[in-house]
Design a protein around this ligand. Structure first.
Ligand code: ZN
Length: 319
C-alpha cells in the first residue's frame, strides 16, 4: 500500500490583490478599473476576498476610494466571504458603512515595524485596537486579528514564536477566533512555519490560522506546503503575484493565486476556483494594470498543458 501525505482535502484561498496588490501600486488605478478587476476576480470561483484597506487617504492614497469601490461592488459579490483591513475605529466605521461584515486588524509583530507603521510599539498598537472590537461587537461584525512580519522583520530579523504567543494571547482575550499570520517580507522558511504552527496550535487549540505568504525569496509555495502539513486550510494570495508592503523595504509580491491554486489542485486539494478562468483573469488584469504579471503559471502554463512533440525533428538532428 502506498503511503499518503496527510493533507487537507479542501482549502479556502483568499484573494488579496484588491488590497495588498493595489496598495503597492503607486500610479493611481481609477475607481472604475478597481471595480472591474474585483468583478473579474469574482468570476473565477473565489470564495474569499480581501477587498480594500480603510486606511487614512494620506497613508495610502491608492485606497482613498475604498468606500466607493466597496459600496459599489459588494451587493454583486454574494456568496463570497468579504473582508477589509482596518487600522482604527474610523476605518472600521467606514468599512461597515460600505457593507463589510468582516474586519481584519493591522498589527506588527515587532516594535520596529510597528513604530514605522503605526507609530506605537506592538503592545501599545494592539491595545489601541480595542475600540474596533467594541464597535464590531455592537454591529455584530467579525474581527480577525492579523500579525504582520510574523516570522521575520526587515528591521529586527527572526521573530521568536514567544512573541507570537504574547500577541495571540492578547487577541484571544479580545475575542478573536481567527489569526492571520503574515510573512510580509518573505522571510519565513518551511521548517520555521511548520514548527511555529505546531507550537501555536498546541498553545491555542481553538484558534483558526490563516497564512499570508509573500514570495520575496521564492519560499511561499514551500511554506504553504508546510502549513498544509499542519492542517491549515486558509491561505491568502494575489492574482499575478501583485503586492508588497508600503512600510517594509524590499518587500515584493504575494504568492500568486494561480500558482497556489495550481499546486493545490495538482495535489487534489479543492479550492473551488476554476484554474483556466483564473489564469485568463491573471493575464487580463496584468494587461489592465499594465504590469508584467509575476507568476510561474503565466510563464509556463499549467502542467496539464501538453506541448507538441518535437521527437521527429530531434531525431533528425541526432542523425
Ligand atoms: Zn501582504
Amino acid at each position: 500500500m502506498t503511503e499518503k501525505l496527510p493533507l487537507p482535502k479542501k482549502v479556502t484561498v483568499c484573494e488579496v490583490a484588491p488590497r495588498d496588490g493595489f496598495q503597492a501600486i503607486s500610479t493611481w488605478i481609477p475607481t472604475d478599473e478597481k471595480i472591474k478587476i474585483i468583478r473579474r476576480l469574482a468570476q473565477t470561483g473565489i470564495s474569499s476576498l480581501e477587498i480594500a484597506s480603510f486606511v487614512h487617504p494620506r497613508a495610502i492614497p491608492q485606497m482613498k476610494d475604498a468606500d466607493k469601490v466597496v459600496s459599489t461592488v459588494i451587493e454583486s459579490l454574494g456568496g463570497i466571504d468579504i473582508r477589509a483591513l482596518v487600522p482604527n475605529l474610523k476605518g472600521a466605521e467606514r468599512a461597515v458603512d460600505a457593507g463589510v461584515m468582516k474586519l481584519k486588524t493591522m498589527l506588527s509583530a515587532t516594535d520596529s515595524h510597528s513604530l514605522s507603521n503605526a507609530n506605537a510599539t506592538s503592545k501599545d498598537a494592539q491595545q489601541k485596537l480595542t475600540p474596533i472590537f467594541d464597535f464590531a461587537a455592537k454591529k455584530n461584525v467579525t474581527v480577525m486579528g492579523s500579525i504582520s512580519v510574523a516570522f521575520g522583520c526587515p528591521f529586527e530579523g527572526k521573530v521568536p514564536v514567544e512573541r507570537l504567543i504574547e500577541i495571540i494571547s492578547r487577541y484571544d482575550a479580545m475575542g478573536v477566533k481567527e489569526i492571520s499570520l503574515a510573512d510580509t517580507t518573505g522571510m519565513a522558511h518551511p521548517k520555521q512555519v511548520y514548527e511555529s504552527l505546531a507550537i501555536l496550535q498546541k498553545e491555542f487549540p481553538e484558534m483558526v490560522y490563516s497564512m499570508h505568504f509573500h514570495n520575496t525569496r521564492g519560499m511561499a509555495l514551500a511554506n504553504t506546503l508546510a502549513a498544509l502539513q499542519r492542517g491549515v486550510t486558509r491561505y491568502d494570495s494575489a492574482i499575478s503575484g501583485l503586492g508588497g508592503c508600503p512600510y517594509a523595504p524590499g518587500a515584493s509580491g504575494n504568492v500568486a493565486t494561480e500558482d497556489v491554486v495550481h499546486m493545490l489542485e495538482e495535489m487534489n486539494i479543492k479550492t473551488g476556483i476554476n484554474e483556466r478562468n483564473l489564469l485568463d483573469a491573471s493575464r487580463e488584469i496584468s494587461e489592465m494594470l499594465q504590469i508584467k504579471g509575476d507568476s510561474y503559471l503565466l510563464v509556463a502554463g499549467p502542467t496539464s498543458t501538453l506541448h507538441e512533440e518535437k521527437i521527429t525533428k530531434q531525431k533528425k538532428v541526432e542523425q
